[in-house]
Design a protein around this ligand. Structure first.
Ligand code: NDP
Length: 503
């Protein structure tokens, strides 16, 4: 395209003579359809919105770099992690999860923390959250879960009954619920929160050794949160507070940064570990698997155009580079499918060609052709099939990940809820939280649970009790439930509890 930005043109480059007055038959109209410029302008405007992300709709992003500070080359062959001092360009998108695109940044919600590394071996996406665990461990439950966090089908209102009905019927959520209702559920700003892979991933070397890995991006600005009351106030005072904070900090040269640490487990350790190492409702306690430093991520450039760079950014946990791969984590396996799928719906089948998503430091040589909005040379006259003997790009068997043994009976294996599912929520409440943290947690929970039916309050309070007696009893007190009844319901099996609290 010719670079002359002085003359207004149509989308096809024709100079526009007048952009204030439609072509009409006489000064009083009517408007003539021959006003091509008017028709094009209205038609394009009518199509300005693309589908909102079904989750993580409200977000903010920035460009920056990742720099390796410690040698991890004995664990992974990934080139961008291969030597100390090596820098890779990144784009990071932060988001809330359940709210619509215009919702408030201070809502109680997990926060997305999605990093795209533009490596020389292709784009690597680390699509995490600001919490180290998740509500569910089976992707089959995900659409139902999200429905309960959004709006009621009849009233179009957020609905505490469906929110707590689902969570209390899904007790493996207790750990994430405890984090969500602590003040970490309302971060003061995107700069002031950690990012976690939550899932376990595989790292592997040239010689085929592999390790299980969890990522922790620790904020160098320090963790800072709103109290529940501050977050509520901020919804009215500045609904875009986190978006504004990120933009203004970068604009004034105050570049936010995170230290990347990883926890690494050998396959042998994983086989006998006290928790399922692929269960995303659990962390690996630091005392078991101490985090080791890897690098530092810095954000130093604001997007120039929000739609082009942030709205069209598309991340997928399935975007790997040689040296990094998936683990058997069931939630992760579901996401490996779902992210690419939702982007094809939202942005089209060639969304990988949009500049923010396209590889930058690596070549893109695939046999994919055609499709809506194919905007590059479409492979020119080169072969469009493999195998071919016309010098088309060939697979490189040197990047094959190591094989892992996954034999088993194909069935819908139920994950049996056990006492182990309550341990880490209890640990967080007892050993990590201060008295002030616990106080805020109870207040935040009681404030929200108060809107739900009493039978659901009872079922949920019993789950908190199972995590830690004091936790359940304080929630019960706040809701004016009978503590003895909470104790009795907590002693039941989940099936008995559900039957007892049925309508
Ligand atoms: P440690 O005492 O070694 O670490 C506690 C961790 O908890 C720190 O990473 C801290 O983050 C984080 N933390 C502090 N307050 C909260 C909160 N309100 N919500 C969520 N996280 C918080 O503990 P363990 O490794 O033995 O784990 C104990 C519990 O800590 C776990 O059950 C889990 O709930 C929580 N946790 C553990 C993590 C892990 O990967 N092991 C990661 C995050 C939380 P920071 O350092 O940024 O202050």
């Amino acid at each position: 395209m010719k670079d002359d930005n002085k003359t207004l043109t149509t989308g096809f480059g024709m100079p526009v003579d007048d952009d204030l007055n439609s072509v009409t038959a006489g000064p009083q109209g009517p408007v003539l359809v021959q006003d091509i410029h008017l028709i094009e302008k209205l038609a394009h405007f009518d199509r300005e919105r693309i589908p909102e992300r079904v989750v993580h709709a409200k977000g903010a992003g920035a460009h920056g770099y990742f720099e390796v500070t410690h040698d991890v080359s004995r664990y992974t062959r990934a080139k961008f992690l291969s030597e100390v001092g090596k820098r890779t360009d990144v784009f990071l998108r932060f988001s809330t999860v359940g709210g619509e695109k215009g919702s408030a940044d201070s809502e109680r919600d997990p926060r997305g923390f999605a990093v795209k590394f533009y490596t020389e071996e292709g784009n690597y996406d680390m699509v995490g959250n600001n919490t180290p665990v998740f509500f569910l461990r089976d992707p089959l439950k995900f659409p139902d879960f999200i429905h309960t966090q959004k709006r009621h089908p009849a009233t179009n209102l957020k609905d505490p009954d469906m929110f707590w009905d689902f969570l209390s019927l899904t007790p493996e959520s207790i750990h994430q619920v405890t984090i969500l209702f602590s003040d970490r559920g309302t971060p003061r700003a995107y700069r002031h929160m950690n990012g976690y892979s939550s899932h376990t991933f595989m790292w592997y070397t040239h010689s085929g050794e592999y390790y299980w890995v969890k990522y922790h991006f620790k904020t160098e600005q320090g963790v800072a949160n709103f109290t529940g009351e501050e977050a509520d106030r901020m919804r009215a005072e500045d609904p875009d507070c986190a978006t504004r904070d990120l933009h203004e900090a970068i604009a004034r040269g105050d570049h936010p940064s995170w230290r990347l640490e990883v926890q690494i487990m050998t396959p042998e350790q994983a086989r006998s570990y006290r928790y399922d190492p692929f269960d995303v409702t659990k962390v690996w306690p630091h005392a078991d698997v101490p985090p080791i430093p890897v690098g530092r991520l810095v954000l130093n450039r604001n997007p120039e155009n929000y739609f082009a760079e942030v709205e069209q950014a598309a991340f997928s946990p399935g975007n790997f580079v040689p040296g990094i791969g998936p683990s058997p984590d069931k939630m992760l396996q579901g996401r490996l499918f779902s992210y690419h799928d939702t982007h094809r719906h939202r942005l089209g089948s060639n969304y990988h060609l949009i500049p923010i998503n396209a590889p930058r430091a690596a070549a893109m040589n695939s046999y994919q052709r055609d499709g809506a909005m194919r905007t590059d040379g479409n492979g020119g006259g080169g072969p469009n099939y493999w195998p071919n003997s016309f010098s088309g790009p060939a697979p490189d068997s040197g990047v094959t990940p190591p094989p892992i043994d996954v034999a088993g009976m194909a069935a819908r294996h139920a994950y049996v809820l056990g006492d182990v599912d309550f341990v880490q929520a209890g640990e967080l409440y007892r050993a990590v939280m201060s008295e002030a943290d616990r106080d805020h947690l109870i207040r935040n929970l009681v404030g929200h649970l108060r809107g739900a039916k009493r039978r659901l309050q009872l079922r949920q309070a019993a789950l908190f009790f199972k995590a830690e007696e004091d936790y359940g009893l304080r929630v019960a007190r706040g809701l004016e439930l009978d503590p003895e009844e909470v104790r009795r319901v907590a002693a039941m099996t989940q099936e008995e509890r559900v039957a007892f609290t049925a309508e």
